[in-house]
Write a protein of this length. Structure first.
Length: 306
């Protein structure tokens, strides 16, 4: 099922036609409050009343003109203004390809610098999303460079990639902010673990490595990007054993998934941040979310019923 969903995510014909079907548009509401910023920010205000912060990303595809990247950067600057106006505890996560990485690296860096500056003014971090494995090294190197001039930047690392353990060790001297996720792209066994057991085991090992660095005096913002409460509890036990307060572990979950657990963890004292994705180009992202948890397909099938 996971392989089928990832194939569907990358199929051009399906990407162009499925989003037009009424049941597909209704089903996507499971994971996003709407296609525009107003819907996302209104959802963020609701989460704020429950003590849950938010993280925003506008979905999009690889660009063909650098002027499109300029527009994306300007858009996010405007989003920051609206976050500030509404008084939301909100951060932003961006894909470097949306800022022009494939077209002009220096211009992309200039865009990221402006966004990180604005994030700092609001007291938060700018997050860099991780994309497919073809971008991993470029993204990590870009983050290293950006981190030297802007302390308030974070990066997403994928636990299913075999290289991620070395990436964590590579970044720890920078006192990084790391959002650890399992990974949602179709990657070959040569570079990525395929079984859930192996991915989960590596997820825990990576989190423990960051906890050990924190115990050794490093300032590491650890964000667990998982809906698997069992993993969160397991990592919390490791934190206690290492003498690290488990309530310093941040939890980041997607909009529409386990919101009851998000509220419970927030009440328990964990920093919790709900990742709200939105935008017109939702299809590939949506299929990868289903691939992460194929049980959600049942929800989609229910949308076919009257």
């Amino acid at each position: 099922m996971r392989r089928l969903l990832l194939w569907m995510a990358g199929n051009r014909w399906l990407r162009e036609h499925l989003p037009q079907l009424w049941f597909a548009r209704r089903a996507v509401r499971r994971f996003m409050p709407g296609e525009d910023a107003a819907s996302a920010l209104s959802a963020g205000e609701r989460f704020g009343r429950d003590g849950i912060a938010t993280l925003y990303t506008r979905l999009g595809e690889n660009l063909t003109r650098i002027e499109e990247a300029d527009a994306v950067a300007a858009y996010y600057l405007g989003l920051y203004d609206e976050i500030a106006r509404r008084g939301i505890d909100g951060e932003v996560s961006v894909k470097l390809t949306q800022l022009g990485l494939d077209l002009d690296v220096e211009r992309t860096f200039a865009h990221a610098t402006r966004l990180a500056t604005r994030a700092s003014e609001l007291g938060g971090d700018l997050w860099i999303d991780m994309e497919g494995s073809g971008y991993t090294e470029t993204t990590v190197a870009f983050y290293e460079r950006l981190k030297t001039v802007h302390p308030n930047v974070g990066i997403a690392l994928q636990a299913y990639l075999r290289r991620t353990a070395s990436d964590v060790q590579r970044l720890l001297p920078l006192d990084p902010a790391i959002r650890l996720v399992k990974g949602a792209y179709a990657e070959p066994p040569s570079i990525a673990w395929q079984s859930r057991h192996d991915v989960d085991a590596n997820f825990v090992a990576l989190a423990v490595a960051m906890l050990e660095a924190r115990r050794a005096g490093r300032t590491v913002r650890i964000a667990l990007g998982t809906h698997d409460v069992r993993l969160i509890e397991q990592i919390s036990e490791h934190a206690r054993a290492l003498g690290v307060d488990p309530l310093t572990l941040e939890v980041q979950m997607l909009y529409g998934i386990r919101e009851d657990e998000q509220r419970r963890l927030a009440r328990a004292g964990h920093p919790v941040r709900d990742l709200i994705a939105y935008g017109e180009h939702w299809y590939p992202w949506y299929m990868r979310r289903l691939a992460e948890r194929p049980a959600n397909v049942l929800f989609v099938l229910r949308q076919l019923l009257p």
